[in-house]
Design a protein around this ligand. Structure first.
Ligand code: ZN
Length: 429
């Protein structure tokens, strides 16, 4: 496919105007000022449009879209224990699949090409990834409150089944990570065993880290004054590439640990605001050179999967919390929403617009009133964009969403099935 006369956010996250970009198979095959002589098939008029790298939702729980709007205006512990956990206990494989597909479809509409998922029922999650055409790192979240060994837990057995089957499947679009839900939902024994298992399998790790003040205080009491980051580090979890969601209540030494161990801190500003968890010290993470990515968390705590909302909030909220209007630039913010997510997922050749990289791209309309005039394209993308401006989402060279239509997914059926799952579960509660 050849995009003509289009603006591009290039590999340095700078805007180039009046460009040609061609995709061939799953990669970006050409970028230049001149029209290429080779025939790349379909030609797309890019006048008044800009290509940006596809967005990475670096912390999500896709099946939870069927809980959207179900539990609102509650403190985190009440929200989780009285509403979310009882509903989730009734979910079975088909519900996971239905909810995940709804989320993946929603993500495509908002320019998301890949997500980092933590949930259960890996086979059903995998099926939704395969059918949706997106990229995804899935992981099954281990919870353990007794003296069990990791190797006795049903999730260990499920991992043993899905890793050989799903890891690097769907032409590499689907990867399997390992996951511990959090410090407060696991035991030191299981955490140590998980660290060993992850090293042995050479898989990435996905955890929740220091989301609330209560979590950090509780961890210190349980583990000789250690913060969750110190605790996980001491047990070897960060010896594999780790994606740590939230990182709201990090303390002094934690920033150094994340930097030293190459942990990605995933900022989920809307979820943190809605559940009143607090404000991540993003400026200090940036100053310490920690890889920061952005996530929506689930539709139950957001309540949509529009990563552009996170992007705008990321680039504005932490200016205010630092009383510093220069704390984050739009360029840094867009990098966090794209390239840094690809890095956290261990996907080389992804996350930026570069020849030879995967053709994971989003086309944005810049002719809409809210996008004019253009003094600086990056400012408009981060601060001015409306989701109506997202025209096209392509993953691995395949257009999956264009002008409000899905090319692979039957969206009416997906919405119907997700609603059926919700209704069925509500009847059982
Ligand atoms: Zn989460």
């Amino acid at each position: 496919m050849l995009f003509k006369n289009i603006s591009i956010i290039d590999e340095n996250f700078e805007c180039q105007n009046n460009m040609f970009l061609a995709t061939k198979d799953n990669i970006i095959a050409y970028i230049g000022k001149e029209k290429p002589s080779e025939d790349f098939g379909r030609e797309y008029d890019g006048t008044g449009k800009v290509i940006i790298p596809g967005l990475y939702n670096s912390h999500a729980h896709a099946p939870m879209s069927i809980l959207r709007g179900y539990a609102e205006n509650l403190p985190l512990s009440e929200w989780l224990n009285n509403r979310i956990f009882p509903f989730e206990a009734k979910m079975v494989g088909e519900d996971i699949y239905n909810g995940a597909l709804l989320s993946f479809a929603e993500g495509l509409k908002f320019g998301t090409v890949s997500s980092t998922e933590m949930y259960y029922w890996g086979e059903y999650l995998g099926r939704a990834v395969e059918e949706s055409g997106i990229k995804c790192n899935i992981s099954l979240s281990v919870l353990c409150f007794d003296n069990s060994s990791l190797y006795d837990l049903p999730i260990y057995k499920e991992n043993e089944t899905i890793i050989p089957k799903l890891h690097k499947s769907s032409n590499g679009r689907l990867k399997v990570d390992l996951s511990l839900h959090a410090e407060y939902t696991s035991t030191p024994k299981v955490v140590s065993e998980m660290a060993q298992y992850a090293k042995q399998k050479a898989l990435n790790m996905h955890i929740h880290l220091s989301e609330t003040k209560a979590e950090v205080e509780g961890c210190k009491q349980r583990h000789n004054g250690q913060t969750p980051a110190e605790y996980f580090n001491s047990l070897g979890i960060f010896d594999v590439p780790t994606t740590a969601a939230h990182c709201v209540w990090l303390q002094k030494n934690d920033f150094d640990i994340l930097k030293e161990k190459g942990v990605t801190a995933v900022n989920c500003p809307i979820s943190n605001l809605k559940l009143a968890s607090g404000f991540c010290n993003v400026k200090k993470l940036l100053d310490n050179g920690v890889n920061i990515a952005l996530g929506t968390d689930s539709a139950a705590s957001n309540n949509n999967l529009n990563l552009f909302e996170e992007l705008k909030l990321f680039a504005t909220l932490y200016k205010a919390t630092n009383y510093d209007a220069t704390a984050i630039t739009p360029q840094q913010a867009l990098r966090c929403a794209t390239l840094n997510g690809a890095i956290s997922q261990g996907r080389e050749n992804c996350g930026k617009i570069k020849v030879g990289n995967c053709a994971d791209i989003v086309v944005i309309n810049t002719d809409s009133p809210n996008m004019q005039p253009i003094h600086n394209m990056l400012n408009n993308i981060v601060y001015s964009l409306s989701s109506d401006d997202i025209l096209l989402t392509m993953v691995d060279g395949e257009v999956l969403y264009e002008n409000g239509e899905y090319t692979k997914l039957d969206i009416e059926k997906i919405i119907f099935n997700a609603n059926e799952s919700t209704k069925k579960i509500l009847k059982q509660l």
